[in-house]
Design a protein around this ligand. Structure first.
Ligand code: AMP
Length: 419
């Protein structure tokens, strides 16, 4: 019979990869905590309406990538394609805004988008997501980006490109949108089908089109920089000053629009050449109207989402993520030895010392091979004869020296040796 395989675009994360993920997640949690963030855990399933309203009807995500189904209660539900809308839903549902003027929340978990799978792009992928709700000061934007880069450097990432842009606000963006629409109408004949449709649905998304002819047209398109209002310009300049005060290198990319409708003012992305085609490690930005659009008060916000698969693929295995050390392997031969091995291994484990044994009764030679493969620091050789004499052979695998020790002392000896 054939085995059942995972769904296309859905991936297992196996050890030792999982150890790397734990290391990344622990580092994120520690660094974020120092910046005042607290963890929030939210459901994977939400009402479809949340993402339609939050992300925007005419985005690629909502138009063609969501896993949406009608459940047995006749309700349309969606596996979350991103976390921001859900975090805000929870923030409003539990009135976090009335308890605190500023909420800094982070969450880590899987997202679902039915995109075409390829290297670095999956249908279930994981994100580290952080959101600051309350402040609209550009220094907040700067410190969020500062925290982000500190985290990426802490897990060993180098050669990163930070790109920032301002998408303006509800006062200055409409004029930019108008200008883009009339510019595109001029070059209509050469645009791809998607971009033709975008002229009326979501003209800014044309900056993300990968089709060559469209790219050539877009290269001549007007930019937000020409339309940005004084307040937005000042906001953007203070953000940049904040980054410079911490020597954070960045480039302004006036063509970066990002794929979600809710962004206002600051947007940013971190890319690296080492990732190939899917080169974005993370993306984020300010969303000053999203809370209101989701039915809440007028509260601004800013956040980012890091792709965990892409981040993990950039970190070498040995970078603080080595497998836990195996301190002792007990090679047990014969029934009486098995019971002692069972007792000893588990007593040591309860003390936090990693010990392994083998209850299969395999030959000493194959157990020694196994201990070697597991890179055990010590091996205890325990046979019928040793049990009767209440003694056993303790072998140091590095120096290949061995000594006879009293069985009653082993726990103490190993505890002292591994301290
Ligand atoms: P977004 O939510 O689209 O701004 O994406 C933020 C980050 O999530 C990206 O920079 C990627 O690192 C990651 N990401 C987005 N979509 C996928 C996907 N389909 N597969 C793997 N990672 C993804």
């Amino acid at each position: 019979m054939d085995i059942i395989r995972a769904v296309r675009g859905f991936k297992d994360i196996l050890p030792p990869e999982t150890e790397k993920w734990q290391y990344i997640e622990d580092t994120a949690a520690n660094i974020f905590r120092a910046f005042g963030f607290k963890e929030i855990r939210i459901p994977i399933l939400e009402k479809t309406e949340l993402f339609r309203r939050g992300i925007g009807e005419s985005t690629d995500i909502v138009e063609k990538e969501m896993y949406t189904f009608v459940d047995r209660g006749e309700e349309s539900l969606t596996l979350r394609p991103e976390a921001t809308a859900s975090v805000i839903r929870a923030y409003l549902e539990h009135s976090l805004h009335s308890a605190e003027p500023v909420s800094k929340l982070f969450t880590i978990g899987p997202m679902f988008r039915r995109e075409r799978p390829q290297k670095g792009r999956y249908r279930q992928f994981n994100q580290i997501d952080a959101e600051i709700l309350g402040p609209d000061d550009p220094r907040t934007d700067a410190e969020l980006i500062l925290m982000l880069l500190h985290f990426l450097h802490s897990v060993g990432l180098e050669n990163l490109n930070l790109e920032i842009n301002s998408l303006g606000c509800e006062r200055c963006r409409p004029a930019f949108r108008e200008a883009i629409v009339s510019f595109l109408r001029g070059g209509k004949n050469e645009l791809c089908e998607d971009c033709l449709r975008r002229i009326s649905t979501n003209p800014l998304r044309i900056f993300d089109c990968k089709v060559d002819t469209c790219r050539q047209i877009i290269a001549r398109a007007p930019l937000m920089t020409e339309f940005i209002c004084t307040d937005c310009r000042e906001h953007f300049l203070i953000l940049q000053e904040g980054l410079r005060l911490f020597n954070v290198a960045y480039t302004v990319n006036a063509r970066m629009v990002r794929g979600l409708d809710y962004y206002t003012r600051t947007t940013f992305e971190v890319t690296t050449e080492s990732l190939g085609a899917q080169n974005a490690v993370l993306g984020g930005g300010r969303y000053d109207h999203l809370v209101k659009d989701l039915g809440g008060p007028d509260i601004p916000g800013i956040g980012f989402a890091i792709g965990l698969e892409r981040l993990a693929s950039l970190i070498p295995d040995h970078n603080g993520t080595a497998s836990p050390i195996l301190h002792l392997y007990i090679a047990a031969l014969g029934n009486a030895a098995l019971t002692t091995a069972f007792l000893l291994t588990n007593r040591l484990r309860l003390k936090g010392i990693h010990a392994e044994t083998d209850y299969s009764g395999r030959s000493l030679k194959s157990q020694m091979k196994r201990a070697d493969k597991l890179k055990s620091t010590f091996v205890l050789i325990l046979g019928e004869k040793e049990i009767n004499a209440k003694r056993a052979l303790l072998r140091n695998m590095k120096s290949s020296s061995q000594e006879e020790v009293a069985l009653d002392d082993i726990e103490n000896i190993i505890t002292n040796l591994t301290r």
